[in-house]
Design a protein around this ligand. Structure first.
Ligand SMILES: C[S@@+](CC[C@H](N)C(=O)[O-])C[C@H]1O[C@@H](n2cnc3c(N)ncnc32)[C@H](O)[C@@H]1O
Length: 670
């Protein structure tokens, strides 16, 4: 990201661009005509595409150019009160034209949730659903003069109250001028969403003359443009494809009235998935897996959200400074920011900056870390207390470790573990830069725990995962995740979670004995199924409220599988709901010692008897039962066989004969 780029307020995602499809065409060796912008309709004084909530690419480019030429809001000249205000108010589209600079050593946290999406190196609202108002992620003041002014001394002082860490400090903060900007943007985005929805309906009406049912599925004798191109294996027109997707969703929403005679729901779904793959570039396998998590309309919103970046957020390091002072310092350097929302007292969302955020004196002095908002959540759920003994099982590069250290005010200790030594360098760097002096770094495979050390008060397992929640950061996930990944990763995650549970002491001190499990993936295999497995294997733990004030409930049933009723205490986060990375958080409380005969989480590891009081509590499920169950359990041999099969298939796809390598192996063994 370049200097001076601007981010929009956390809200509905930006649309897919024609350029994306042109890229796909180029990849396929198909000539790309000059990219034409879709027909635009003027609505409420601004441009928007006929379908979806699109801001045409060229419009955004124009705005960007205007900003570059100094006609837009930029740096410290920007926030001079009402004059500049319109640039924010002109809505998310103008605001989206720039994104903050992330140069410097540590974009790590921004990248890391997905950087870990392999096994070895590992890893990690619609408007809020009723429960929380629209201002929830922002602030609640409508004041029109609510813009930061980096030139007006003392302004930020009024915004960030002295006693910010106290609750009335937060009151002042949110009631202050800056809040108006947030509320205004929220309202505008709502209006835009409503206008877009109306436009969609209008467009649908136009294509649905005299109540005709939308023509989504092709007949054999079809000769329209899209059908012809599809038949000829040519890339269809992006706009036509998008229209067909939205039309298809409309039919699926009201199937009884809108489907074509004689065509089944399955046919519509198959067509939709095909179009989604072509439009967004997903593998068939992943598109279907993700689609199945949602209603068709919500799936569309999810796929759309994955096409735009989440807001840039920094976390104040309260070991070194407080948010008010940090904000003031950064405002003075030309950074436009505001509190990330009422739910966090340490997060600041950066809208625009004229300095590289990874190289400011404040950054180098450890006053903040670039950290995705979703990454705060597991730490908030773990809620470590002063003088606790905490294990962070998969810690690199330390975004969460250092947050935990700050929450504990550098008391007690944190064992920050990660087996990946290269990534551990980043962890050590962050621990030093942020002044987290209660941290010990270790490099175990966390399945070894509690052998190296046990008896912790709290354990965080921010598990290595497939990264399906952070596709916007790493689009390669769209095509590089296979069935094998969704078997191997959950297998590892289950082992790690049992080890996490066994490493906690239930009776060290009152208020202890908590485990938080999190991933930056949205798949059920890596989340609810892993949690369900742990509940079954460890009857001495139960799920408890995460205490995070937002998020969707975890699934208690999914595609015929039934999970424990308490699974509704887990929380899911999606990019299209709260404009944060896709994430999952579950919090367990350990109520008793792990039974002696319980299967170990570690690779053949056994309980550290010094740390565990063995009791005779009956084990709820034994291995036999696990293999009979249709989810949650694993059978080593069966898994091995399936994984081998997967590996062979993967080799065949790469054009390698698997038999050739197995022959070689056998020879070598001889
Ligand atoms: C999601 S990332 C952790 C991000 C980190 N918690 C943070 O906030 O900065 C997952 C981490 O799991 C680590 N990992 C992979 N396999 C592991 C294993 N068997 N035991 C412990 N950690 C593992 C990876 O090296 C990776 O750093």
């Amino acid at each position: 990201m370049g200097v001076g780029r601007r981010m929009k307020k956390q809200a509905a995602p930006e649309p897919l661009s024609e350029a994306h499809y042109a890229k796909l065409k180029r990849k396929a060796g198909i000539p790309v005509e000059a990219i034409e912008e879709p027909q635009k309709k003027r609505k409420m004084g601004k441009a928007s595409a006929t379908t979806g909530n699109s801001t045409p690419v060229s419009k955004r480019r124009e705005r960007k150019a205007a900003l570059k030429n100094g006609n837009g809001v930029k740096g410290s000249d920007k926030a001079k009160g009402p004059k500049e205000l319109p640039a924010h108010r002109q809505g998310k589209k103008a605001a989206a034209a720039k994104a903050p600079v992330l140069e410097g050593s540590d974009d790590e946290e921004m990248d890391d949730e997905f950087a870990n999406s392999d096994l070895e190196a590992g890893d990690s609202d619609e408007a809020p659903n009723g429960a929380l108002g629209d201002d929830f992620l922002g602030s609640d003041n409508d004041d029109d003069d609510s813009v930061f002014d980096s030139d007006e001394e003392g302004r930020a002082r009024a915004i960030f109250s002295e006693d910010e860490d106290e609750s009335d400090g937060e009151e002042k903060l949110t009631a202050a001028n800056m809040a108006g900007l947030s509320a205004k943007l929220d309202r505008q985005m709502e209006e835009e969403a409503a206008a877009d929805e109306a436009e969609l309906k209008e467009a649908a009406l136009q294509t649905n003359i005299a109540g005709d049912k939308p023509k989504v599925l092709e007949d054999d004798d079809d000769d329209d443009d899209l059908a012809a191109k599809t038949k000829a294996m040519l890339a269809p027109d992006l706009q036509l494809l998008r229209t067909r997707i939205t039309e298809n969703i409309r039919v699926l929403d009201d199937f009884a009235n809108l489907h074509q005679e004689g065509r089944s729901r399955a046919e519509y779904t198959a067509q939709l998935l095909k179009d989604v793959c072509a439009y967004y570039g997903y593998s068939d396998y992943l598109a279907e897996k993700l689609y199945n998590l949602f209603t068709p309309r919500e799936a569309f919103a999810f796929f759309e959200a994955n096409e735009s970046a989440r807001p840039v957020v920094i976390r104040t390091n309260t070991l070194r400074t407080n948010r008010r002072e940090l904000a003031q310092a950064l405002i003075n350097r030309g950074v436009t920011l505001e509190p990330v929302g009422k739910w966090s007292k340490v997060g600041l969302q950066v809208f625009e900056t004229s300095v590289p955020l990874g190289a400011t004196p404040e950054y180098l002095a450890g006053h903040y870390i670039l950290q995705a908002a979703s990454s705060f959540l597991p730490c908030m759920a773990l809620d470590p207390q002063e003088h606790d003994r905490v294990l962070d099982m998969a810690a690199a590069p330390g975004g969460k470790t250092t947050y935990l250290a700050a929450m504990m005010k550098n008391t007690g200790f944190i064992m920050a573990n990660d087996p990946n030594r290269a990534r551990s360098k980043g962890l050590i760097g962050n621990v030093h830069r942020l002044g987290a002096s209660n941290v010990i770094v270790s490099n175990y495979d966390a399945r070894e725990f509690p052998k190296p050390m046990g008896g912790f008060d709290r354990v965080l397992l921010d598990a290595p995962c497939s990264g399906t929640g952070v596709i916007a950061k790493d689009p390669s996930v769209k095509t590089n995740k296979t069935q094998l990944d969704f078997m191997q990763l959950p297998h590892l995650q289950k082992q790690l979670l049992l080890a996490a549970i066994d490493s906690v002491s239930h009776n060290n001190k009152p208020g202890g004995g908590y485990i938080v499990y999190s991933t930056c993936s949205v798949t059920v295999e890596e989340n609810e199924e892993v949690v369900q497995y742990a509940l079954r294997k460890r009857p001495n733990v139960k799920l408890v409220d995460t205490t995070i004030p937002f998020g969707k409930e975890g699934f208690t049933s999914y595609r015929g599988k039934k999970f424990d009723a308490s699974m509704n205490l887990t929380r899911r986060y999606y990019p299209h709901t709260y404009n944060v990375d896709g994430f999952f958080v579950a919090k367990f409380h350990k109520t008793g010692p792990t039974p002696a005969k319980a299967p170990a989480g570690s690779r053949g590891g056994k309980q550290d008897e010094d740390n565990v009081i063995i009791d005779k509590t009956p084990i709820a499920a034994d291995e036999e039962e696990a293999t009979q169950d249709d989810f949650g359990g694993w059978d080593e041999d069966e898994d091995e066989e399936i994984m081998e099969k997967g590996k062979r298939n993967a080799m065949r796809r790469r054009g390698i004969d698997p038999r050739s390598t197995s022959k070689k192996t056998k020879k070598a063994e001889k």
